[in-house]
Design a protein around this ligand. Structure first.
Ligand code: COA
Length: 342
């Protein structure tokens, strides 16, 4: 017999483990950031869909609406086991916040380390009518402060996503015979036909599939620029503005916006083309900034070639990228300081 408390605990948590295989990794054996993002998103989608269907009423599927900024703290390697744990940390009327932790375990030595911590927001869409957002059953908090802190995170992300909503009108034009280290030299695109295996029960693309493709393109841009082993260091907050339906063609495009001494910022756009149906349109579904680092054979960061800027627009984007870089660097230093003071 299972105790009621244990049952509640099991329902609120999700654990998933799997061994990392060669097709999860780059040629140097480091697991792609996109593979990890996909695992994170799968855990979040399962736990939030399960929670949103835990009361009688309309059945629904939780769609990924937002991923908060995510740092890749340590590379995961082929042969290691990735452990993903997910927990619901806050619910608003129509959204669910899920905290996910990822650990890498070397099963030969037993050594474990944290590789990622991510926070994702899901919104439940009705199975009967995908345009309808259903209500989220509230969770029970152990302490009132947990609810207050969750509410603060909810209000902050709401504010942030309204501020950044439509940076979405730009397209990446092809460049003929680009000079080395210019933006055109490394910019890349990938075209993908959305099939059933990419989609949820509702017939719309899983957020994890999209993030994996985005990371793939960002990785190609970084590798074309510096021609070394590159890894994902972080992903800025991503908002999923619009659904992408089965049968759409998606174009995932990436361009370098900024280089520091040892890191590269790449902006990635996902544009969807609806081919079949009554309305044919092309729209921007997602955009995000990925940061990559180039590693030597001992996994130590290498200096990267500096981006050569040719146009006023590129200079403007570079300065904006520099602002983001300095801001996140200052935050990292502050949190490292507060850890050493504890
Ligand atoms: N991040 C977090 N929460 C979000 C969000 C975002 N980017 N966009 C909307 N929400 C939340 C709102 O806070 C609201 O919850 P609340 O009432 O408790 O505050 C709820 O979603 C509904 O917001 P609303 O403004 O009514 O809905 P919308 O018209 O903006 O639609 C989505 C929201 C998520 C359904 C819509 O943006 C969408 O379909 N996005 C794509 C989802 C998807 O397909 N994901 C995988 C992409 S590959």
């Amino acid at each position: 017999m299972r105790l009621p408390g244990v049952r509640r605990l099991l329902e609120g948590l999700l654990f998933h483990s799997r061994i990392m295989r060669p097709d999860d990794a780059n040629i140097a054996g480091n697991v792609h950031g996109g593979t990890i993002l996909k695992m994170i998103e799968e855990a979040g989608a399962i736990i939030s869909t399960r929670h949103c269907n835990s009361q009688a009423g309309d059945k629904c599927v939780a769609a990924l609406a937002r991923v908060e900024r995510t740092d890749f703290l340590s590379p995961m390697c082929i042969g290691e086991v990735g452990h993903v744990s997910a927990e619901i940390s806050y619910t608003s009327r129509h959204s669910v916040e899920v905290q996910v932790n990822v650990m890498a375990e070397n099963i030969l030595t037993g050594a474990k380390r944290v590789t990622n911590r991510a926070a994702l927001w899901y919104v439940p869409l009705s199975l009967a009518n995908v345009g309808r957002i259903t209500e989220v059953p509230p969770i029970q908090y152990e302490k009132p402060e947990q609810e207050e802190e969750g509410k603060k995170r909810y209000e902050n992300q709401k504010l942030e996503r309204f501020e950044t909503k439509y940076r979405n009108d730009e397209y990446i034009a092809p460049v003929v015979n680009p000079e080395p280290y210019t933006v055109g030299y490394s910019q890349s695109s990938l075209i993908h036909l959305v099939g059933p295996s990419d989609c949820t029960l509702l017939g719309y693309v899983h957020g994890g599939v999209t993030m994996k493709l985005m990371d793939e393109v960002a990785g190609i841009v970084a590798a074309r620029h510096c021609k070394t082993n590159i890894v994902t260091a972080s992903v800025d907050a991503i908002n999923f503005h619009r659904k992408i339906q089965k049968g759409c063609i998606i174009t995932v495009s990436g361009r370098m916006t900024f280089t520091s001494n040892k890191s590269m910022e790449i902006e990635v756009f996902v544009d969807a083309d609806t081919l079949v149906g009554d309305t044919q349109e092309r729209y921007r579904a997602v955009s995000a900034f990925f940061t990559y680092v180039s590693l030597n054979k001992d996994a130590k960061p290498l200096p990267v070639p500096q981006l050569v800027l040719e146009t006023e627009e590129e200079k403007k984007r570079f300065e904006e990228g520099k602002g983001r870089y300095l801001q996140t660097k200052a935050k990292r230093q502050m949190s490292a300081q507060s850890l050493t003071q504890q």
